[in-house]
Design a protein around this ligand. Sequence first.
Ligand SMILES: [Zn+2]
Length: 474
Amino acid sequence: MSETTIGTGFREVRRIPVTTDLDGSTIEVTVNVVTGARPGPTLAVVSGLHGSEWLAPVANLELLEAVDEDQLAGTLLVVPVANPIAFATGTRNIRDESDSPDLNRSFGGAQTWLADQLAKTIVSDVLENADAVIDFHCGPWGAAMNVVGCANDYSNDTVNEKSMAMAKAFGRPHVRPSRLATVFPGPKSMIGYAGEVLGIPAIVSEVGGVGFDPDVEATWKAQNVDGVLGVMAHLGMVDRSSSEGDVTLVGKSHRVNPTKGGMIEPILGADHLMAEVSEGDLLGRVWDPFTFEYIEDLRSPAECVVGMVPTSQPARPCDWAYLVVEFDLASVWGAITTGNFALLDPDRRSSLKARGNQMGVSLATSPTGSENGGPREADPAVFDLKLDRQSSIPAYQQLKFHIIHAVSTQRLFPGDVMPSVREASEKLGLAPATVQRTYGELKQEGILASKPGHYVYVTDVADRADRQPGPGGQ
Ligand SMILES: [Zn+2]
């Protein structure tokens, strides 16, 4: 204990030995512990799993300055540099010949390399003592991001829900829920392991980067400190009014990287982080450093927000440059149906409203009934669709938005009879419960209706007007 105030909170620095390096020095994990004066939960804040992402250790210094142990309820465990070996070489991973050089892919595995030893120490001395965890990442030198993520695929739904609540409490305008426990970065990442194996809710802050204007970097550090304090308020560790505003969920991401080596010339830079772009918008260009010719345009493949921006710098082929992230349509739809636009600027609001119109908020009336006067069957061609199994948007939501889109583009009409759950599930290769969930949510939102024990049909516009929106959105 380096400093103690009797009867109140205190701080200490714990150095936990992992092993002895070849040069005789001790490899250790350093934990800054702030023990509050009042009982409460333990929050672990871990940064530097990747050694090149060094904005976070500095943000953690500011976090430790911002927390008052005499006011704190619970315990804060801060690991500024989780991978000191990679940090020392300024690289993402440990530069050795091991099969597992990436600490954030080394949790809970059967391997015994150095990264696995670091992971074991972090589990036994940090995570196993924690009730919640925040994992800090950011861009490596010359790249920046600004999104907070969490898993939506832990097998324990309560952990998914708690993680999402923490992500929102972080207070950034964009949250990206994805299948990070099972798909990427997977169960051997720290938060994959924390949520799935230890049952600890977890989020990842990917806010900021290094190699930018110092004022811009200072803003990102402040956003990270503010985010952790927001989570601590949410967990009841500090008294602070919630900074939680409206959140836009974003989903599937696309890397837009140079396919050939060259110099990156950003068109959209740090001030465009999380700006909206349309399909085909120019993000940046690549030029040949030997002939000075432009050799590649970097364009957004879809309507997205800009999730990662580079500075002007040389890039190897397929190296980091841009990352764009698609809107999670569920969130957009939720924002439209609830009219929850408070934090959106006017341009953004009109673009969402326009999208809402496309998605069926304002609908033209259309023919009802078949030629023989009976109920008209929905066009089977509408259900010729291929769902994206890799998407972070679950299948039931993909189907939901497909149906909304079909209604808004007049491929489905009011009165059309939908295929039965069994028919649709067979045709789409989905579990009946998945189709049931889609139909259920669309009924709650007034897009579909059914007569008891009877067929499901598309509602009339007038039927929808006075309905309350369902919880669909998020
Ligand atoms: Zn990272």
